[in-house]
Write a protein that binds this ligand. Structure first.
Ligand SMILES: [Ca+2]
Ligand SMILES: [Ca+2]
Length: 650
């Protein structure tokens, strides 16, 4: 054989070798990964051994970290349950999708909009089996339940485990807002099954979710699946099952965490027993920081400042570990920022599924997962809470904007299940360096004015697109959550575009974007946060419309909201006056209401008159606030709110 023939054969063999091996790799890669997200409720940054816990042990979760990645700077969108969960599933800040600052109650009139793409609805493109076993908390009406969002199976609580007509000690409630709550049930799909009426019932939830998760894994071992296990624990009232009571040095909270760790071990064992742990990405993360006024029944965010309910680092920076052997490098620590909003785009990339095309806030962190030499993927973050842009982070710098927040500092925490009080504090413009000062103790505005300026500009860019209740600004790119009683369609009437002048200023928290909202043809829904209602705290609504010219008027009416649980009362009276010259007004309508009577049903009241036959250029509407909340109400003596939207003139 001559040299050329030998060379040809070698080349052919080399090509064959490459082809065979690539083909081998390909079939392995073609296997879609299973995805498991285990989410805990109110577990603090320090509440795993691998994050520094020392009076309880979490060997199974620590092992995920040892065999995978541990994140030091992992953020949830907000330090409250519904908002955090909405972001985890949709890749969007809660502020973007209308669920900012919320722990939905059984009485809430909204939920996650079924039009939003979620991780399970994304994975349905590849025919994943999908299930949630645990706390949902994205809307407890059928319209918003898990099966509307891509889940095949659901067993769990529709909202938090303390949203029941019992105390934190499991005794029936006799007064306070919880008396309004319906019985708490474990749901199976859409059907309420077992009622939770005691701490003993609560102690079985972790075991129940685990059992369901394991049987789902066994059942779906031969096809790709998405399993979401959002534990009800360690949200108070905490309860560990008999087997775990007294097992940790810390006490009941430690016992509960150790039971969650056991649950993670059971899930990992199921994966290994089915020989699928190498094709499964397991993510363990908490939904927000610890509820520290519960003292020994809460966890710790050490060394971070504050906890659940504020956007100091202790509220929104959480423990997060991810394991995927053979793909994720073992024992890696990622110190760059990442966030729960990043999960959806990351999973989309891993599974080659298509994002819906709506704007989202998440970024794919696949390079971190595959151990690639990644540059920083996320160099900034917006800390919204309750519609307020409270802070922004860029690289190591975090800048706060003036706001009030709920604090755990300077108050005695509660003990053994009884909550302590909160402190309420005010924050100014405050710049911190999180790298040198992880506990946020040294304000550096004066030393670094140019960084204050730079981060202020970053904040402005968020305010434009997502709004900011701190200054009454509405965003251009926010989307609606699912709302009951929400009407998309425009109401046509003569006053559209005629901007009323107001004698009293509305409260910026409920600005609706300013005066023009009252005559924009869009009416407020049953949800008082819908950015359509204008809210007046303790003040009357006195609105004057100039129709620009003498106009024939047959109808004038106006909507008010009642939501006494949220301190929103109907007006005590409403009058309508008209005028030709804007100086001399004639009353044409007046009505009084028994607004102070207790009625907890949310309602929209339309008041006014039809069948009129007047000519007028000016219209004045006066709605009287009831003033202080009445004696029977928890807000007794404090300002009541009056909510108005859409003055309709025909
Ligand atoms: Ca929570
Ligand atoms: Ca309106």
């Amino acid at each position: 054989m001559n040299k050329i023939s030998q060379l040809k054969i070698s080349v052919i063999m080399l090509i064959l070798f490459i082809l065979l091996n690539t083909a081998g790799c390909k079939s392995e890669k073609d296997q879609l990964p299973n995805i498991i997200i285990i989410l805990t409720d109110d577990q603090g940054y320090a509440d795993l051994s691998v994050y520094g816990a020392d009076d309880f042990e979490t060997p199974n979760i620590d092992q995920l970290a040892a065999e995978g990645i541990r994140f030091t700077d992992f953020y949830v969108s907000e330090a409250v349950s519904t908002s955090s969960r909405a972001s985890l599933l949709t890749g969007s800040l809660a502020q973007r999708i209308g669920l900012s600052g919320i722990a939905l109650t059984p009485l809430s009139m909204k939920g996650l909009n079924p039009e939003e793409q979620t991780i399970p609805s994304l994975l349905k493109q590849k025919d994943y089996a999908t299930a949630i076993y645990g706390k949902w908390h994205l809307g407890s009406q059928n319209e918003f339940f898990p099966h509307q969002h891509g889940f095949d199976e659901y067993v769990g609580l529709p909202y938090s485990n303390d949203m029941w007509p019992y105390t934190y000690h499991g005794e029936p409630i006799t007064d306070g807002y919880r008396t309004n709550y319906p019985p708490l049930y474990v749901y199976e799909d859409t059907v309420p099954t077992q009622e939770i009426t005691s701490l003993n019932d609560q102690s079985k939830l972790t075991g129940l979710y685990t059992e369901k998760a394991v049987s789902f894994i066994n059942k779906n071992k031969d096809k790709p699946f998405f399993l979401y296990v959002p534990h009800s624990m360690p949200h108070t009232p905490i309860a560990a099952s008999e087997k775990f009571k007294g097992t940790s040095q810390q006490g009941e909270y430690g016992d509960v965490i150790q039971e969650i760790d056991w649950s993670v071990g059971k899930i990992m064992n199921a994966l290994k027993a089915n020989n699928i742990d190498e094709q499964t990405l397991v993510i363990f993360v908490s939904d927000n920081g610890p509820w520290m006024n519960f003292g020994n029944h809460a966890g710790s965010a050490d060394p971070l400042r504050e906890g659940k309910g504020s956007m100091w680092e202790g509220g929104c920076r959480v423990p997060c570990v991810m394991r995927w052997p053979g793909e994720i490098p073992a024992g890696k620590v990622i110190e760059q920022m990442a966030a729960s909003v990043d999960l959806l785009p990351t999973i989309a990339q891993l599974t080659e599924t298509k994002l819906a095309g709506n704007e989202i806030d998440g970024l794919s962190i696949v390079p971190y997962l595959l151990g690639e030499d990644a540059d920083t993927i996320r160099n900034h973050y917006a800390y919204y809470y309750g519609g307020q842009l409270q802070a922004v982070r860029k690289n190591d710098w975090k800048l706060y904007f003036p706001h009030k927040y709920r604090s755990y500092e300077g108050v005695e925490p509660g003990m053994d299940g009884t909550p302590g009080n909160y402190n309420f504090k005010t924050c100014g413009i405050e710049l911190y360096n999180l790298k040198d000062d992880i506990s946020e103790t040294r304000i550096l505005n004066e030393q670094y004015p140019q960084i204050v300026e730079e981060l202020s500009q970053l904040a402005d860019s968020f305010r434009i697109i997502l709004g900011d209740r701190l200054n009454g600004q509405l965003g251009t790119n926010n989307r609606e959550p699912g709302r009951l009683g929400f009407k998309k369609e425009q109401i046509e009437h003569l006053a559209i575009g005629k901007i009323p002048s107001l004698e009293n200023k509305y409260n910026n928290k409920y600005s609706a974007g300013g005066e023009k909202a009252l005559t924009d043809g869009k009416a407020g829904s049953l949800d008082l946060f819908d950015d359509r209602w204008m809210g007046f705290q303790g003040d009357d609504v006195i609105a004057t419309l100039n129709m620009d010219k003498e106009s024939d008027i047959s109808e004038i009416k106006c909507n008010f909201l009642r939501n006494q649980n949220s301190w929103v009362f109907l007006p005590k009276s409403m009058t309508i006056e008209i005028s030709m010259d804007g100086a001399n007004f004639n009353e044409i309508f007046s009505e009084k209401f028994d607004s102070e009577i207790e009625n907890k049903e949310a309602k929209i009241l339309t008041v006014g008159k039809t069948g009129l036959d007047f000519k007028a250029q000016y219209i004045r509407i006066t709605a009287k606030n009831i003033g202080p909340c009445p004696a029977w109400h928890p807000g007794f003596g404090n300002d009541a709110w009056l909510f108005v939207d859409e003055i309709v003139v025909r």
